[in-house]
Design a protein around this ligand. Structure first.
Ligand code: DOR
Length: 469
């Protein structure tokens, strides 16, 4: 197999133009052998069967034996900037994304302080322009009384006015990491009635969480987490958010679905306004894994039970669940070592989601085309992104070449996240990206036989743009 252009890639960079030859190209409807050319950051031609001739001005990549996919889009990450650089920054998170074949991310506002104004959003967008190596979008956080700020960022119901780099509004209906919370009906009504764009909700019912806390507050076994934040807690909030969306004709995205009852209910009730997502960890782990692995698998909403995992797979395959997001939420190992219930909830995932899902594909749980639909096309469709998520002439040159012929046991030391660990440590995975390309610019490379961590191929800020919605 040809060596990949890890060495010399920077010198060969030529204005976002490259020719990838002889790859297995994952098109929207089939997988074909062929060549793909990117010119000035856009896919210019796809030659099924090959035959494109290098023109001398472009970087040449031999893709033989590799699958070429659209770059993955991760529509839910927590990069901790501002406030907690020891956990992640926009720059470090974006590097991790690139290493994982993720070429666009949408970052959450539960920072310290929370990002709830246009000025705070602009600071994040400016930081991303200087430090990211992938495309970026940011959610603005809703509070009980910041509708005017939300309108500055996304416009009103009558006159939506998206800002480049702002993907939508985030509402925490139940408490999680940080202090963002909107759970009273009048405040939720106000937000749904008076804003444009899309509202993404963390759907857990705050009143039920508070009411049942005394029953669980003395438990130190991690099983208590899913018992406390139970099915009913998730279902109540998902139903309530769906009603708000329908009453006000507002687009709604239910984040990180974790229970079978929600997925089954949404299958009957979601209609045209509501979309939803699932995380790879909820498709991979169950209560036994949580018991065994411990706080590394502690998150909100929690990993529930085997039946939930099975139903989530079923509802992903039948199209009820629109896309996959990681909810990449790094906390330090020192914090996780505090044990349950003191440890914070959340786990890293942005750099392992694609290999993990491709491993599921090779294990027969789904197909490579399914993974592309869920991780590339799906997020682009949900958030109305143009020219992203598919390998098609005229689309953006956001690409990933993955190796499905080799597998590797991943360890904490193989990661790029600032917290330096993965809940998948010790698992054998395939589908590691060999080359990640953003707008025709190579941003991360591995190379067969190279280190599993791979190498950055561009400087901070050299690739990636504010996403348009
Ligand atoms: O487990 C979680 N961690 N769930 C969330 O909703 C927030 C996230 C975080 O930011 O740590």
């Amino acid at each position: 197999m040809a060596a990949l252009p890890v060495e010399g890639a920077r010198e060969q960079m030529s204005g976002g133009s490259m020719l990838i030859r002889g790859a297995e190209i994952v098109l929207p409807d089939r997988i074909v052998s062929g060549d793909l050319r990117v010119v000035a950051g856009k896919i210019e031609s796809i030659a099924i069967g090959g035959g494109l001739v290098p023109n001398g001005d472009e970087m040449l990549v031999e893709g033989e034996g590799l699958h070429l996919m659209p770059g993955a889009i991760d529509p839910q990450v927590h990069f901790r900037e501002p406030g907690n650089p020891e956990k992640e920054t926009i720059g470090s998170g974006s590097r991790a994304a690139a290493a994982g074949g993720v070429t666009s991310f949408f970052d959450m506002p539960n920072n310290n302080p929370a990002a709830t104004s246009l000025a705070a959003m602009q600071a994040k967008i400016d930081s991303a322009a200087a430090t990211a190596v992938t495309n970026y979008g940011f959610f603005i956080g809703a509070t009980p009384n910041n509708v005017a700020d939300l309108q500055d960022a996304v416009g009103t119901a009558e006159a939506p006015s998206p800002t480049d780099g702002i993907c939508g509004i985030k509402v925490f209906m139940g408490s999680s990491t940080g202090d963002l919370l909107v759970h009273q009906q009048e405040h939720l009504e106000n937000i749904f009635a008076n804003t444009g764009g899309i509202i993404a909700v963390h759907a857990e019912d705050e009143d039920r969480l508070n009411a049942r806390w005394p029953e669980f507050q003395d438990r130190t076994d991690i099983a208590a987490h899913a018992e406390w934040r139970d099915h009913e807690c998730a279902l109540l909030a998902t139903k309530r958010a769906t009603k708000l969306a329908k009453d006000h004709g507002h687009k709604l995205h239910v984040l990180h679905l974790t229970t079978g009852v929600e997925a089954d209910w949404l299958a009957q009730n979601k209609g045209d306004l509501v979309t939803t997502e699932v995380c790879p960890q909820h498709l991979t782990f169950d209560q036994d894994d949580v018991e065994k692995i411990g706080t590394r698998l502690q998150m909100n909403p929690p990993i529930h039970y085997t039946e939930d995992r099975d139903t989530l797979w079923r509802r992903l395959k039948d199209g009820t669940i629109d896309c996959i997001a990681t909810d990449h939420a790094p906390h330090t190992l020192e914090n996780k070592a505090l044990g349950f219930p003191t440890a914070h909830s959340g786990m890293p995932g942005v750099e392992t989601s694609l290999p993990l899902m491709l491993t599921h594909a090779l294990d027969g749980k789904c197909s490579i085309s399914d993974v592309t639909r869920w991780m590339c096309e799906g997020p682009a469709r949900v958030y109305g992104m143009k020219n992203k998520g598919r390998l098609e002439e005229g689309f953006d040159g956001d690409l990933v070449l993955v190796d499905l012929e080799n597998s590797h046991t991943i360890q904490d030391a193989d990661t790029w996240t600032n917290v330096g660990w993965t809940p998948l440590a010790g698992m054998e995975l395939t589908g590691f990206p060999q080359l990640t390309v953003v707008g025709g610019i190579p941003v991360h490379g591995r190379g067969i036989g190279g280190s599993l961590r791979g190498e950055p191929l561009c400087e901070a800020g050299e690739a990636g743009i504010a996403l348009k919605f």
